[in-house]
Design a protein. Structure first.
Length: 223
């Protein structure tokens, strides 16, 4: 092994992505809300929160409260209809092949996204959890809410864990609650994003494919 090869970092970079409307084309909580026949009300709250008009934690509690009494079994039905954003699975595959760590940090829910994340080769997932009792959703979140600050903290923790400097971190998202993690990354990518996120992003992508982010990962990896 040459000296140059031995000096090369074991981890090429860290890619951290939001899930709803970024890794996925959908908003998970809206898919769940459809089964409770409250999707329109949940969509209104989601849209206001992503524009930065509502505190994310408060908005999430309000949305989850509308799901009280819903049978846990509907979560399997939601998992079955998840649609990854075009290009995102190829992006993850290329990143993993090149030595990147890939993490999902989400205001969505573990119960819905974990299975797809595992199948996609994702290294880490941080998300909310529904409180479930007696096979039904209680209308409450179990544990701390994953808001914008929690997303940033997760990004920073993964960076410390793998010793990845900020310039080799890429973060992707679409809404106001992704602002902090994009600002903490060396490259912040706003994907089909709300104005509140575009104003702090280094790169704005209009889609439809997230594979358009690949050149930015390649650039970050050699910094």
């Amino acid at each position: 092994m040459t000296a140059a090869a031995s000096a090369r970092p074991a981890v090429a970079g860290l890619l951290v992505s939001d899930v709803d409307s970024t890794f996925l084309t959908q908003e998970v909580i809206e898919l769940v809300a459809e089964h409770a026949e409250v999707r329109d009300r949940v969509e209104e709250i989601t849209t206001a929160a992503m524009r930065g008009e509502l505190d994310f934690s408060q908005s999430l509690r309000a949305r989850v409260a509308l799901l009280e009494g819903l049978e846990e079994s509907v979560l399997a039905e939601v998992r079955a209809v998840l649609v990854p954003t075009p290009g995102v699975l190829e992006l993850v595959s290329r990143a993993k092949a090149d030595g990147w760590i890939v993490a999902l940090v989400s205001g969505g829910f573990h119960e819905v996204i974990d299975e797809l994340a595992a199948a996609s080769g994702i290294d880490h997932v941080l998300a909310n959890r529904f409180e479930i009792e007696g096979g039904r959703l209680t209308g409450r979140v179990s544990g701390p809410i994953i808001d914008g600050t929690a997303k940033r903290h997760a990004l920073q923790e993964y960076a410390r864990m793998y010793r990845v400097p900020a310039e080799r971190i890429v973060a992707m998202g679409d809404g106001a609650n992704d602002r902090e993690m994009l600002q903490a990354a060396g490259t912040g990518i706003a994907f089909r994003a709300k104005p509140a996120l575009r104003e702090v992003a280094d790169v704005s992508l209009e889609g439809p494919s997230l594979l358009d982010a690949w050149p930015h990962l390649q650039t970050a990896a050699v910094r």
